[in-house]
Design a protein around this ligand. Structure first.
Ligand code: PRP
Ligand code: MN
Ligand code: MG
Length: 183
């Protein structure tokens, strides 16, 4: 792969750990939604990796849809303002919806999204997030499936970006402050 580890302080979650945790979460999700018609809603762009890897562990009649919202722009801090950049194609009326997210940082994005999707007549709306920063939470959210609690550091990889870069890394790592302090 064309990247150097010099950009990172350390790896927080390896690709092996991600795969093993997704195996466990998929077992729970399969049991909880047995006999139900499940719609996964991935939050672009950060959730693309976890959506692809989680969805592959679920039955083939599970459906995927996508929403694009953004609260970060190109910075490293949440702006607190959530914008819809792309709405869902699916009608949520009567559906069992599982929002798939890469990370809960302040919780602002998910809190807003939960309210938005719950107002669309879904039968249920739950959340699966790969990462959560307990020390950064500003809004309490009821999260049914969580991968890993991580320290309150700026992390990239496995969907998470800094200025659209590093999303393609197979692991999650802490970005060196010197990288985003430049320029
Ligand atoms: C990031 C991340 C989550 C959100 C979490 O998305 O992917 O969606 O921020 O932060 P919060 O809990 O403080 O709201 P971002 O807005 O950067 O868009 P992206 O997914 O396209 O990178
Ligand atoms: Mn995101
Ligand atoms: Mg981002």
């Amino acid at each position: 792969a064309a990247f150097t580890m010099d950009d990172f302080t350390r790896v927080v979650v390896t690709d092996k750990q991600i795969g093993a945790r997704l195996d466990e979460l998929a077992v729970k999700i399969r049991a909880d939604y047995a006999g139900k018609d499940l719609l996964l809603v991935g939050v672009l762009k950060g959730a693309v990796m976890v959506m692809a890897d989680l969805a592959r562990r679920l039955p083939p009649y599970v459906q995927m849809d996508w929403m694009a919202v953004s609260s970060y722009g190109s910075g490293t801090r949440s702006s607190g303002v959530v914008r819809i950049l792309k709405d869902l194609d699916a009608d949520l009326t009567g559906r069992h919806v599982l929002i798939v997210e890469d990370i809960i940082d302040t919780g602002v994005t998910l809190s807003w999204l939960l309210g938005n999707l719950r107002s669309r007549g879904a039968e249920s709306v739950e959340v699966a997030a790969l990462l959560r920063k307990p020390d950064a939470i500003q809004v309490d959210i009821d999260v049914k499936y969580i991968g890993f609690d991580i320290p309150n550091e700026f992390v990239v990889g496995y969907g998470l970006d800094w200025a659209e870069k590093y999303r393609t890394l197979p692991f999650v790592a802490i970005l060196k402050p010197s990288v985003y302090a430049e320029g």
